[in-house]
Design a protein around this ligand. Structure first.
Ligand code: G3P
Length: 218
């Protein structure tokens, strides 16, 4: 499984990218709004930090296929690595299909069932983004959706759509995504940092330091 970071904060992206673990970035209207900066400026800056798939979503207020296609072409023109994020709707499927015909990569988002993922794949989506965390939030086992989509896609050798496990809340969900067969997990910076730490690792580092200092000093 590969890691994307789920944020529009360029400082977080820069710091995580320095660890060498990022294969891409996902943003969404809420994450962009949180930064309060010009949308295209932020996306362009991100493409200069991470050499990987950068997902930029069409405006949340654009709901018709024609509008999503127009915006999708504008987003794709920002950089060769741009991926156009489009919500799972009938109009969204039309837009995915049209952008795929243009050779533009898309990421179908707000996916909550295996059927939605299969429709997006058949429409030509490069990626599908099932939201594991929001299912867990309502006591539905999100990892099972990832397992279903992964098993379903593996049944057909003409499906090369990749699964981006999204809406991640904690490190355990990252492990669940990997075990369930997701191609990618897109992870908030806070969770990436949590994944690094274990109390015994931190405790062991302190013990090594103390033992070394006791004999050799700093
Ligand atoms: O960016 C898509 C997804 O990761 C959003 O997750 O935390 O808003 O449920 P969240």
């Amino acid at each position: 499984m590969k890691f994307f970071i789920d944020t529009a904060n360029v400082d977080e992206i820069r710091e995580a990218n320095e660890m060498g673990v990022l294969a891409g970035v996902t943003t969404n209207p809420s994450l962009i709004a949180k930064e309060g900066r010009d949308y295209k400026t932020v996306l362009k800056e991100i493409t200069g930090i991470v050499d990987g798939a950068i997902s930029g979503e069409v405006k949340a207020t654009t709901t018709d296929a024609e509008g999503m296609i127009k915006e999708g072409r504008e987003i794709a023109a920002i950089h060769k690595n741009m991926v156009v994020k489009i919500p799972m709707t009938a109009e969204g499927l039309k837009a995915i299909h049209a952008l795929d015909a243009d050779g533009i990569k898309t990421n179908c988002t707000l996916v909550f069932t295996a059927n939605q993922a299969l429709l997006a794949a058949r429409a030509g989506a490069t990626y599908v983004s099932p939201f594991l965390g929001r299912l867990d939030d309502i006591s539905e086992p999100g990892y099972k959706l990832i397992e279903e989509i992964s098993a379903m896609f593996k049944n057909y050798d003409d499906i090369d759509t990749q699964i981006i496990c999204a809406s991640i809340r904690n490190p355990l969900q990252v492990e669940q995504c990997a075990l369930a067969g997701a191609d990618i997990a897109t992870i908030p910076f806070k969770v990436i940092k949590q994944m690094i730490h274990h109390p015994l690792t931190d405790e062991g580092i302190v013990k090594f330091q103390n033992d070394y200092r006791a004999v050799f000093g700093d």
